[in-house]
Design a protein around this ligand. Sequence first.
Ligand code: PBG
Length: 342
Amino acid sequence: MTNEEPVVDSVAGAEGLEVPDLISRPRRNRKSEAVRSLVREAHLRPDNLIWPLFVIDGSGQKVPIDSMPDCFRYSPDVLVAEAKEAFARGVPAVALFPALPDSLKDKLGSESTNPDGLLQRTVRELKDALPELVVITDVALDPYSSDGHDGILQDGQILNDETLEVLAAMAVSQAESGADMVAPSDMMDGRVGCIRAALDANGFSNVSILSYSAKYASAFYGPFRDALDSQPRSGDKKTYQMDPANCEEAVREVFLDEEEGADIVMVKPALAYLDVIARVKAETMLPVAAYNVSGEYAMLKAAARMGWLDEDAAVMETLVAIRRAGADMILTYFARDVADRL
Ligand code: PBG
């Protein structure tokens, strides 16, 4: 920007216009990539990322998920190899979700505490192969429930306190198989305290709780439910997952989880809830996680496949925005690919 060439004088209406002396020129801080890097506020590193993975039984399996292009359901052996690769690229953690056949589902989600269940076996294989990898397991009934709900369904109602007993047993079973963190995603009242007590009573005081504190009843979970075939068979999840219209309530849920012993609190989904992430980050002293959910993944992938978006740029922008909002860590299906590019 020199003062020599009054190019705009040739623009009709701009002749003789006086530009005042500008004291502040914010563009100086954007003048080169090096300067921009000095003043950058939010950063995205592989160690901010948690990679959610779907596991199916068998060996040598890598089954595509239609609504989640480039995401697969892996059998444990392949999953271990994939996790190795991600860990080598700097991703410190994975979150596991088992996809089970209907024959293993029942009203109480009994398979969830089977010591030789798919999830438990996968955790053991992962920890054997990669002792340093943080293995996070999901605590909720839905992958195991013949009703496709996160809690026990009776006469059209989700039973809170009865569900807590199953969740606590599930968390202990996951800890026994070697999980480093259990992540209750069910949204029952009091589950964090109940799980903490059960873990401690069973000698797992070192196992952490990553709580899905503010989990909304969101349409953006659709592709995930395809991946696990875990759609609710009746009704919806609105009596336990939060109303998308609420933010104050998220803070209240976070405070309750803090009191009950959560180690990390989560906001889910991420993109339509950046204000909630920012608010929660301002209110809590605990680390904050955000879940960039399946529907957010699918939207970007679909637009990129249509040629309507530059996928790499849009993914980076999305993830750095979630960090800027206040998330210390992000669960994202892009984790492995992004780590590669960072
Ligand atoms: C289930 C669970 C869900 C997700 C994580 N754990 C779906 C649901 O609550 O119906 C969604 C994750 C995603 O959409 O990526 N307890």
